[in-house]
Ligand binder design. Structure first.
Ligand SMILES: [Zn+2]
Ligand SMILES: [Zn+2]
Length: 257
């Protein structure tokens, strides 16, 4: 089974999985890179998994469905072109022989879902769209800080070795902010070096893992004293609870240059 991030647009990855015969793709904002990958490897597209309704995640869905007859799965509570098999928390689907469990992760959009596979060739994996990024998280377009903090907590509770397949290569810019929050975090400092090396060689920094994100991602570290202190340093009125710390960090990141 191969797991490949197909680059698209400026900084999107269309996650593409295949077993040499059949394929699935996650959030195909553009059909063209997927069609090329299918032709190159002579694969049949079995399914399209959608995490949320933004155009850079669904723009290629109609064309791919029409060209291949693939089944399309997506969030129950979002406006996405039909026909679509609509999913909510706890639903299970099997694609390419892989079992995926659906997680509701609202915050970036109101109905955002993630797809968790406990056993992808012996290790877990999650397709989390624009909810969790490496060293960052999605902007709150439709949800509250409370919702997003809960969604991130749900993802953080997955096993540490879970590979995090998110949809944008934002890692280096997220890391600049993470360093501003936690300049003394040695795991973070080492990770910055690794990511700079990967990017300078043209490699994706993804997938990350849940265990690594818990060490370097300020949005998963809101209960770490140094992170809470940095949030209060930015906005002295921040109450001490994790959701308030999260809200201040998210606001700070929005303005961060
Ligand atoms: Zn989005
Ligand atoms: Zn996006």
């Amino acid at each position: 089974m191969k797991l490949i991030p197909l680059p698209a647009f400026q900084d999107n990855y269309l996650w593409f999985v295949h077993d040499g015969h059949k394929a699935l793709v996650v959030d195909p904002g553009d059909a063209q890179p997927v069609i090329e990958a299918l032709q190159r490897e002579r694969l049949k597209l079995e399914a399209i998994l959608v995490t949320h309704h933004h155009q850079d995640h669904i723009g290629g869905v109609d064309q791919l469905r029409d060209a291949t007859g693939a089944r399309v799965f997506g969030p129950a509570r979002e406006k996405i072109p039909e026909p679509l098999e609509r999913l909510v928390e706890g639903d299970r689907i099997t694609v390419l022989g892989l079992d995926f469990r659906v997680l509701d992760v609202p915050g970036h959009t109101a109905g955002h879902i993630a797809y968790y596979c406990e056993n992808f060739e012996g290790r877990p994996l999650v397709f989390c769209g624009d909810t969790l990024f490496s060293a960052g998280c999605g902007r709150l377009f439709e949800g509250t800080p409370q919702q997003m903090a809960q969604s991130l907590e749900k993802l953080a509770s997955l096993p540490g070795e879970t590979r995090v397949c998110c949809t944008h290569e934002y890692t280096l810019s997220n890391l600049k902010f993470a360093l501003a929050v936690e300049p003394g975090n040695l795991d973070l400092i080492h990770y910055v070096k690794r990511c700079q090396d990967m990017r300078s060689q043209g490699q994706p920094t993804l997938p990350s893992t849940i265990g690594l994100e818990k060490q370097v991602n300020p949005f998963l570290r809101t209960s770490v004293p140094a992170v809470a202190q940095a949030a209060r340093g930015h906005d002295a009125s921040t109450p001490p609870d994790a959701v308030s710390v999260f809200a201040t960090l998210r606001q700070w990141k929005n303005e961060f240059k």
